[in-house]
Design a protein around this ligand. Structure first.
Ligand code: CA
Length: 724
């Protein structure tokens, strides 16, 4: 976009805000910073604030506001917007307190704005070492800040938990929650309970041992830590988890050491998103991630359930002591995390009010769990065509598996739905007490699993994913019909799930996958942005589409809503990014043409601001460099490309608009340029570190031959790409 257009738009916003009249409601009626405490977060207040990413402790993402409602939502327009610095995934839900908005962005930066006008108040850059980006499995995202008694808390990609003064953005303290040598990264939202800030981290793909840590909110001093997998040395950690790991978890892991198993990797089990506080029962629920390596045959010799992988674990928030757990996917082998958002509710069952939690994890089943006992009450599919299990035994709480899904036992390729990206990933879901429905941003992304073929696939490597599977051996079929079929099957769905019936009440089909999170209001509305660059509202009870705004870029984040001076606003971020767009150019390019614009957009009734026009498309000259590699070079390059590059640059080197599409990159034209990036690390400031520790210059050059072959293939077969 041009600077001039932006200035015109900014001037329009400024004029509008000068011209808007003051409405009823004095600022004193809005709880001030100091009032945002445990009592406040129990309910989230009257809706004037959106004081935590999930709105209130039950994380229903439901606002009681009704000024914007099903009748007038069609009149929503842009009140103000502001562009954000880094064109990477933006996953944060805006937090608003007392007319001030706080967001986190890619690379763990924090920005504060006047929530009415968009005037910047302060910003904070933790100056993360960009080389750390290579350890972020799923883009250098951040899903939002926590607010507590005038402080703002953010976790950083390099493993710090930082407290900021909400009025000035000044750093109050910083705690290093991850060892600097670790493979962990923080992308999740801290939660504050009883004056303790609780944080986990991600990184199970690379090798990690998961834990959550609580810090004193005022000082940053560590209060307790709970590990989710046993200590590989068989020793106590001196942590809150010692007792339960010894008595219940260690025996669920193989006692027979095996090359590359959990003792080497840490077992996984990172807690990278859901950490939810139950104020009614004074319990904290953590959603635990997948195993490392994924392959249960290697990780645990095919033995045991491997607690607490893929489980929800209830802890005492003051001490971190174990209360109960429920394991959704025993002996996890497909990257089926239980880290997805958790919602707390009260549901009438058999004539009684039951305190339940709702969970729609990657594995495709919607769980209703009794919060008092941890007992699974029901598990029903929220997507069609689940291939790994036919259902759950409600007596034992265990899945009824399909044997073909255990690829490590069959030794065969297994085509899966859901894939490792899940039937639902991190994107927020919401619950509306009036409709009793849970609004799930569901995913249809098929995938494949295969045990290791090449000997080097069993070995752990220093950089990149360690899945213990043949992530990598097979090339993608060069068949345009196959590509089309995969694209057609890769889509999204908004599922309004009724926990009482175990079925969807209504659904909306999205042509592309990886759409935004949802937010719902007492105005009978559900809001959701899409991968195709729209921001929409639906009637919460019927699913009727009531509003559709072109926002130019994809939407990943969940929205929030609040009032200033009596006027209701809706805020969300736009961008492309996160795990799926990085890996899924091949299958996911239904949305490939949608621009990646990192931006904060705020709507209100009658908002008149307009987004700057998109730059005109430049004619693209498609001339892949001459292939100098031999077929043997290309084949060798394929193997290493899939092993080291695929998770960021896409299978088959097909990009999707977040990181460079290597087939179109100037760096493939010249061997020295390519080497300077891949081996010498000249782009490490962008997160593209040197791969010299795992690749020789010859191997890097073979990869260049492979990417050139993909460029020629694309020119010959993919007209949409060739014309861009
Ligand atoms: Ca994972």
């Amino acid at each position: 976009m041009t600077q001039k257009l932006w200035l015109v738009a900014a001037a329009a916003v400024a004029t509008l805000s000068l011209g808007s009249c003051q409405k009823v409601g004095s600022p004193n009626e809005v709880p001030a910073f100091a009032a945002i405490n445990g009592d406040y977060l129990k309910t989230g207040g009257d809706g004037s604030n959106w004081a935590m990413t999930g709105f209130s402790y039950d994380e229903q993402r439901h606002s009681p506001l009704t000024q914007i409602n099903a009748k007038n939502v069609k009149d929503l327009g842009i009140a103000w917007f502001t562009d954000l610095p880094d064109p990477r995934g933006q996953e944060a839900t805006p937090v608003v307190v007392d007319g001030k908005m706080f967001i986190s962005t890619a690379w763990s930066k924090v920005f504060a704005y006047d929530a009415k006008t968009g005037k910047p108040l302060w910003s904070f850059d933790p100056a993360v070492d960009k080389a750390r980006g290579v350890k972020a499995c799923c883009d250098v995202v951040n899903r939002g800040v926590a607010f507590w008694k005038g402080s703002v808390f953010v976790g950083t990609i390099d493993g710090r938990l930082i407290s900021l003064d909400a009025s000035t953005g000044k750093q109050l303290w910083s705690a290093q929650t991850l060892d600097l040598e670790s493979n962990g990264t923080i992308t999740g939202v801290p939660r504050v309970v009883n004056d303790k800030v609780v944080i986990g981290f991600g990184g199970a793909e690379f090798g990690a041992r998961g834990y959550v840590t609580a810090y004193d909110a005022a000082t940053g001093k560590q209060a307790w830590r709970f590990y989710t997998t046993p200590n590989p040395m068989g020793e106590p950690d001196g942590a809150a988890s010692d007792e339960i790991l010894k008595t219940a978890a260690t025996s669920t892991w193989s006692a027979t050491p095996k090359k590359g198993d959990w003792r080497e990797s840490g077992g996984g089990g990172t807690v990278w998103d859901a950490i939810v506080y139950d104020a009614e029962l004074d319990q904290l629920y953590i959603g635990v991630g997948n195993g490392n390596p994924w392959n249960h045959g290697i990780r645990s010799n095919g033995e045991g359930d491997n607690l607490f992988l893929s489980s929800i674990v209830a802890l005492k928030p003051d001490t971190g002591e174990y209360i109960w757990h429920y394991q959704e996917t025993p002996a996890e082998t497909w990257d089926y995390t239980a880290t997805q958002p958790i919602i707390l509710a009260t549901e009438e069952r058999g004539g009684k009010d039951v305190k339940v939690l709702y969970h729609a994890p990657k594995n495709g089943f919607f769980f209703t769990i009794d919060r008092v006992s941890g007992k699974m009450l029901s598990a029903e599919p929220f997507i069609d065509g689940i291939t790994w299990a036919s259902g759950y035994d409600e007596k034992t709480g265990r899945p009824i598996e399909k044997p073909e899904a255990r690829y490590n036992q069959t030794g065969k390729l297994y085509m899966a739905n859901p894939s490792a990206l899940g039937a639902h990933n991190w994107h927020p879901m919401s619950y509306n007490p009036a409709t009793g429905l849970v609004y799930i941003p569901a995913l249809y992304i098929g995938g494949a699993y295969m045990p290791p073929v090449a000997p080097n696939e069993q070995e752990r490597k220093k950089l990149g994913f360690n899945t213990g599977g043949a992530f990598a051996t097979a090339d993608l079929p060069d068949d345009i019909n196959f590509v089309k079929a995969v694209k057609a099957a890769t889509k999204g769905k908004l599922v309004a799930f009724d926990p009482k019936t175990g079925k969807a009440k209504w659904t909306v089909d999205h042509p592309a996958s990886w759409n935004g999170g949802t937010m719902t209001t007492a105005g009978n509305l559900v809001f959701q942005g899409t991968a195709m660059g729209e921001f929409r509202a639906y009637a919460a009870d019927t699913g009727k589409q009531l509003y559709n705004l072109n926002v130019q870029s994809g939407v990943l984040s969940g929205a929030s809503t609040y009032t200033v001076d009596g006027e209701q606003y809706v805020a969300f971020l736009t961008s492309k990014g996160g795990a799926f767009p990085l890996v899924a150019g091949y299958a996911g390019n239904t949305s490939a043409a949608v621009p990646n614009i990192p931006r904060l957009i705020v709507l209100k009734l009658g908002g008149k601001a307009t987004l700057p026009a998109l730059p005109e498309a430049q004619p693209y000259v498609w001339e892949p460099p001459t292939q100098t590699g031999t077929p043997a070079n290309i084949a060798a390059g394929l193997s290493n490309f899939q092993r080291y590059c695929l998770v960021c640059h896409g299978p088959g080197a097909v990009g999707n608009g977040v990181l460079p599409d290597l087939r179109k990159s100037a760096s493939i034209a010249d061997a020295d340029t390519w080497k300077s990036v891949v081996i010498d690390g000249v782009l490490k400031g962008n997160g593209m570190v040197s791969f010299a520790s795992v690749l020789s210059p010859q191997e890097a050059e073979q990869m260049r031959a492979y990417v050139i072959s993909r460029a020629h293939y694309a020119k010959a077969n993919d007209k949409t790409l060739a014309s861009k």
